[in-house]
Design a protein around this ligand. Sequence first.
Ligand SMILES: C[S@@+](CC[C@H](N)C(=O)[O-])C[C@H]1O[C@@H](n2cnc3c(N)ncnc32)[C@H](O)[C@@H]1O
Ligand code: SF4
Length: 459
Amino acid sequence: MIRFKNFSEAEAHDYFELIRMLYPQFVSGKDIEVINSPGKITFLSQGLNQVFHLPEGIDFQERRRRIKSYILNSLQIQERVSSKFGILTGVRPIKLIIGLLDRFSPDQLLNYLKDYYCIEDLMARFLISVALKEKSYFDSIDPKGYSVYIHIPFCPSRCDYCSYPIIKSSNKDKLQAYVDTLLSEIKSYRHLKKSPTSIYIGGGTPTSIGESQLERILKTSRQVFGQGMEFTVEAGRPDTLTGPIFSCLKEYGVTRISINPQTMQDKTLSRLNRRHSVEEFLKAFYEAKQLDFSINVDLILGLPGENSLEMMDSLNRVMALDPDNITVHTLSLKNGSRLFQEQEYYTNSEIISKLINHVYQGLGNKGYKPYYMYRQKRTLGNGFNAGYSKEGRESIYNMLMMDEQQSILGFGMSSSSKFYYPESNRLEKVLQYKNLRDYQEHWQDKNSLKQAYMEDFKW
Ligand SMILES: C[S@@+](CC[C@H](N)C(=O)[O-])C[C@H]1O[C@@H](n2cnc3c(N)ncnc32)[C@H](O)[C@@H]1O
Ligand code: SF4
């Protein structure tokens, strides 16, 4: 538990987020109390009872920065865990770095990130290279255009580490009803004149719904939106990639798919209730390659029971296949997952933290450069998720969506639509209902809000 005394709610929240990102054990279990009094902050916890004096005359922003640096340094010594990101919180660091590139040259920015935010040297270089890569794309993309996200919340079974709200694809009634509603929502955009920059069908596992339902969605999407520069379908589970599904994806112009083993260790897959084998992944991968899809492969570092050698082995085996993109996640301990509820054994954070650096270097040696990244809460080793790509094969959608540089029209349960106004750097969000019944009965309420924002754009 962390308790704050005599702070404004916003200031307390800022420090809480930092402590939570760095040291989740203080949120549940260990106690820490932070007391604000004139000119000083007192920290009380087991083994730590210190007063931090603040100099007079500093402004509010500098006060916050100094307190955060103090929290970082004192907890780092006490807990013997290093923070890659220093005092930087927030899930989209690249958005901030892109903004800072307007004020600083890359060399100046490196020093600024290290001095002001206390970010590790390697991490600061990583962040700057991602921001420069994204900037080079954003400069050539219409910021007043849009991209499309379509959500399919169905999966063959639930993997133990996952907490996404999913429905079993074997539930044919729910599936039929869902696709019916989704198509009504998509068709209400028939009046669009302009094609999107990119389309992304994600989930869940969109390829787990069978070829006839998938075909309905792909056909309607093509009729309503046409073909963007990039059309991705998250195939995800390799066991869902049958011949007819591949044919359907090809027929409707899908250019990019994700096939995700998460690990190349069969024992981990079966332990985590991810019901496919490494062999099935390889079979699906080779077939997709023959069909000339651009391929992304997702991996997760820190799956329970795996050591560093096994994780590096998974990475090496995936790199040997030469996919266009490899997305490396770090295990995030999600409240709703079975893994979290059963408090399984987790890999030591220090090991993960070092491994993340090796992964970055290993991928770099094989020509994979990071092109987008984001952080999540409760991630082992204060890790993060990053997409790496072969030169020129980056996913446009991932960059635009993550760093909010274009509007996204979202469709389906739990989808999020974002309207981006580049002149004022304003972002308006509309979230679709998060459960099936509300979505089916009331989707039009949210749709009217989306349509109202759309009037500001010439699509
Ligand atoms: C939205 S999920 C859907 C992907 C697809 N259904 C699959 O399983 O292959 C996208 C990715 O998030 C990652 N992921 C899911 N749960 C995670 C967790 N608890 N920690 C870290 N990454 C996670 C996995 O790598 C997964 O491929
Ligand atoms: S990881 Fe993918 S396949 Fe597994 S439950 Fe989550 S969304 Fe479904």
